[in-house]
Design a protein around this ligand. Structure first.
Ligand code: GTP
Ligand code: MG
Length: 597
C-alpha cells in the first residue's frame, strides 16, 4: 500500500470538439467522490441562479484555483486517485493547443482515452488524434463512445461506429484496448456498470483505468537521461557537480558506468542526488534526478546520458523523421528550423520531403515541396551538428522531436531512421573498445607535453603505392627521438585490409586507433603508415581517437580525396623530408619550441 501511494499515471483524453471529454472527466470526479465537499451543489446552484443548464465540464473550471483533498486542476491537468494509484488526466481544450501539448511531451501519457460522440460519429479529429497517438507511440488506447443517452443506448449504432473506427485504427497499426459505451452526462459506465446497456458486458471506465499498464516497459528499457544542466554544490568546500535531468527510460544505480552522447565521454555514477528526497542508490524512468560522477568530465546541457553495456543511441547529422506540422506557415526545404530532441537543440534543414499524408483520410502524395498545417510528413533532416538519437522502433521516448520555427513550436514527431551522414559515428561498441579516456590523471596532459617537448599526435605517412613509407616513418621516429621528443613508430600488421577499402579496412583502422589511443594518452607522438589514405579513413581515425591527426602525403601524384597537412614530392632525401615534417609539426604547435627551428 505504501508503495502505491507514490504511483502516478499520466492519461491523455482526446477527441473531436464537443464530443464530451470534459464532461466525462467531471463525471468521473463526481462519481468517485473526488470533489471537495459541497462543490457539486455549489456549481449546480450557480448554474440555477444564472439560468443556465448545469454541465459537468463546469466542475473542471470551478476547480481550477482550488486545492483540496488532493485534487488540483491546473491548465489542463486533472488529478484524482483510486485506491490503486494517482491519475493525472490531461484534458486539453483547444485543438491546436492539445496537439502542441502532445508533441512537446507535456502529455507524456502511458495511455489515452479517445472520445467519440455516438450521435455524431467519427469525425476528422477522431482520426487525426488517433493517428497522432499512434505516431507518438502511445500504445494503450481506450475508445469511449459517448452520449449513448442521445441514441437510446442503441447497440447497433454503437457497433457500427466502433466497426468504422476499428477499421481506421487497423490501417494505422493500432489495436484499441476496448470500446466502452458511456454517457458522461448520465454517468453510464463511467464509475460503475450501467443497467441501461445490458448488452454490454465489458468494464466501466474506472475499472478499465486501473487495469492499464503503467510505465512498466520504460523502466526495463535502456537508460536514457537528457542532461538538463550541470549544477555545482555551493556549500563551503563542496566541489561536487550534479548532472541533472529527467530519466526518460531505464534505471541508473550508484556504480554504473555512464556514457554521454554525442561526446562519448565516460565516467561512473558516484551518488544519486534528488532535490528534497531521501538518499537513494537507484532511480528509474519518470524521475527528475541528478547524479555526481566519480571522475570529473566536462558535460553540458544537451548530452544524452546512457549506460555502458546497454544499447547505445546513434550519433548522426541526418535523420528520417515522421512529423505532424502545426505551423502557421508551410514547412519547406528552403528555411532553417531548429529541432529539439530531448535537451539537444540544433539548426536543421529539410533535405527532402518524402511523403505528405492527410492524417484523417490517410491519402498520401509523393510530389509535394511543402507541408501544410495538420498534415503528416516523412522527411529527411540535415542537421548542423551531430545529435544522439534513438529510433521510434527501438526507444520511442528518446526518438521524439519538436520543430521550432520563429521561436514557436510548429511541429513534432519521431525519428524513424538514422541515415549515414558520411561521418563516422562513434557507436557505443567502438568507444568502449578504444577506451577514450577523458579523465584527469595524476600527471596532467600539459605537464607531459612540457616534459616531452611535444603534444600527443598521430602522424600518418601515406602516398603513392611503391613509395617507401615505412622507411620514412622509421627515419622520422629516430630523428624526433634524437632531438629529445617522445615518438613511437607504430606498425600494425598490414595483412588485414590495409590497402583495400571495405570492412577489412575499417577493422584495420579501428585496430590502429585503439593501439594509438594508449600511446596518445601517454603523450607520445605516434607515427604510422597507411596505404592510399583517403578522407573517409581520416574521419574514422579522428572519430575514434579524438586527437590531433596529421597526414603527410609522399609522392608526386596526390590522389587523396581530402586535404593533407603536408605534401612531399617524393624525390627529396629522407633527411630533407624529415626536416619538412618537423617544420610542419612545429608550425602547428605539435612539437614545442624554443630552440628547434
Ligand atoms: P471541448 O473541450 O470544447 O473540445 O469539448 P469537450 O469534448 O470537452 O466537450 P464537453 O464535455 O464540453 O461537452 C460538450 C457538450 O456535450 C456539452 O454541452 C455537454 O453537456 C454535452 N455532453 C457531453 N457528454 C454528454 C453525454 O453523455 N450526453 C449528452 N446528452 N450530452 C453530453
Ligand atoms: Mg473540454
Amino acid at each position: 500500500m505504501a508503495k502505491n501511494k507514490f504511483e502516478n499515471m499520466n492519461i491523455v483524453i482526446v477527441g473531436h470538439v464537443d464530443h464530451g471529454k470534459s464532461t466525462i472527466i467531471g463525471r468521473l470526479l463526481a462519481d468517485t467522490n473526488s470533489l471537495p465537499e459541497g462543490k457539486l451543489a455549489q456549481v449546480k446552484e450557480t448554474c440555477r441562479r444564472n439560468s443556465k443548464p448545469f454541465e459537468f465540464a463546469f466542475l473542471l473550471d470551478a476547480l481550477k484555483d482550488e486545492q483540496a483533498q488532493g485534487i488540483t486542476i491546473d491548465a489542463a491537468r486533472v488529478f484524482f486517485k483510486t485506491p490503486k494509484r494517482k491519475y493525472i488526466i490531461i484534458d486539453a481544450p483547444g485543438h491546436i493547443e492539445f496537439l502542441k501539448n502532445m508533441v512537446t511531451g507535456a502529455a507524456r501519457a502511458e495511455a489515452a482515452l479517445l472520445v467519440i460522440d455516438a450521435q455524431e460519429g467519427v469525425r476528422e479529429n477522431s482520426k487525426r488524434h488517433g493517428y497522432l497517438l499512434a505516431m507518438l507511440g502511445i500504445k494503450q488506447v481506450v475508445v469511449l463512445m459517448n452520449k449513448m443517452d442521445l441514441i437510446n443506448y442503441d447497440q447497433v449504432r454503437y457497433e457500427k461506429i466502433a466497426g468504422e473506427y476499428k477499421e481506421f485504427l487497423a490501417k494505422i497499426g493500432v489495436t484499441a484496448d476496448s470500446f466502452i459505451p458511456v454517457s458522461g452526462f448520465q454517468g453510464d459506465n463511467i464509475a460503475a456498470a450501467s443497467p441501461k446497456m445490458p448488452w454490454y458486458q465489458g468494464m466501466s471506465l474506472l475499472e478499465k483505468l486501473d487495469l492499464l499498464e503503467n510505465k512498466q516497459n520504460v523502466k526495463n528499457q535502456a537508460f536514457r537521461m537528457p542532461v538538463q544542466g550541470v549544477y555545482k554544490f555551493t556549500a563551503d568546500g563542496d566541489d561536487r557537480r550534479i548532472i541533472a535531468g529527467t530519466i526518460e527510460t531505464g534505471k541508473v544505480r550508484v556504480g554504473d558506468n555512464v556514457v554521454f552522447y554525442p561526446s562519448g565521454k565516460k565516467s561512473m555514477v558516484k551518488s544519486i542526488e534528488r532535490f528534497n528526497a531521501s538518499v537513494t542508490y537507484e532511480d528509474t524512468a519518470g524521475s527528475a534526478t541528478g547524479f555526481t560522477l566519480d571522475e570529473q568530465v566536462y558535460i553540458t546541457r544537451g548530452e544524452l546520458a546512457c549506460l555502458n553495456g546497454e544499447p547505445a543511441p546513434v550519433i548522426t547529422t541526418k535523420i528520417k523523421g515522421k512529423l505532424f506540422w502545426l505551423g502557421k506557415s508551410d514547412l519547406n526545404t528552403l528555411k532553417k528550423y531548429y529541432i529539439k530532441i530531448g535537451t539537444q537543440k540544433v539548426a536543421a534543414k529539410i533535405e527532402k520531403i518524402i511523403t505528405v499524408l492527410d492524417a484523417s483520410t490517410l491519402a498520401a502524395t509523393n510530389t509535394r515541396k511543402h507541408v501544410q498545417r495538420n498534415e503528416v510528413a516523412e522527411v529527411i533532416f540535415a542537421l548542423d551538428n551531430s545529435v544522439a538519437v534513438d529510433t521510434a522502433a527501438n526507444l520511442t521516448e528518446t526518438s521524439r522531436f519538436v520543430i521550432v520555427d520563429n521561436y514557436e513550436i510548429s511541429g513534432g514527431g519521431v525519428v524513424m531512421n538514422t541515415l549515414d551522414d558520411g561521418q563516422y559515428s562513434v557507436s557505443g561498441a567502438s568507444v568502449s573498445q578504444t577506451e577514450i579516456t577523458w579523465s584527469e590523471h595524476a600527471v596532467k596532459r600539459e605537464e607531459r607535453a612540457v616534459r616531452f617537448g611535444n603534444k600527443p599526435a598521430l602522424i600518418i605517412i601515406s602516398g603513392e603505392m611503391g613509395f617507401a613509407k615505412e622507411g620514412l616513418a622509421g627515419y622520422l621516429e629516430r630523428g624526433l627521438f634524437l632531438e629529445g621528443r617522445i615518438a613511437y613508430n607504430l606498425e600494425i600488421n598490414p595483412a588485414a585490409g590495409k590497402s583495400e577499402p571495405g570492412a577489412d579496412r575499417e577493422a584495420f583502422l579501428k585496430k590502429l586507433a585503439e593501439q594509438s589511443n594508449i600511446l596518445l594518452n601517454a603523450g607520445i607522438l605516434v607515427i604510422t603508415t597507411i596505404d592510399h589514405c583517403q578522407e573517409q579513413d581520416l574521419k574514422i581515425i579522428k572519430a575514434l581517437t579524438g586527437r590531433t591527426v596529421k597526414l603527410v602525403w609522399a609522392g608526386e601524384l596526390r590522389d587523396c580525396d581530402g586535404p593533407v597537412d603536408l605534401h612531399l614530392g617524393g624525390d627529396e632525401s629522407k633527411e630533407e623530408m624529415y626536416f619538412e615534417i618537423r617544420k610542419m609539426l612545429i608550425n602547428s604547435g605539435t612539437v614545442l619550441g624554443p630552440g628547434y627551428n
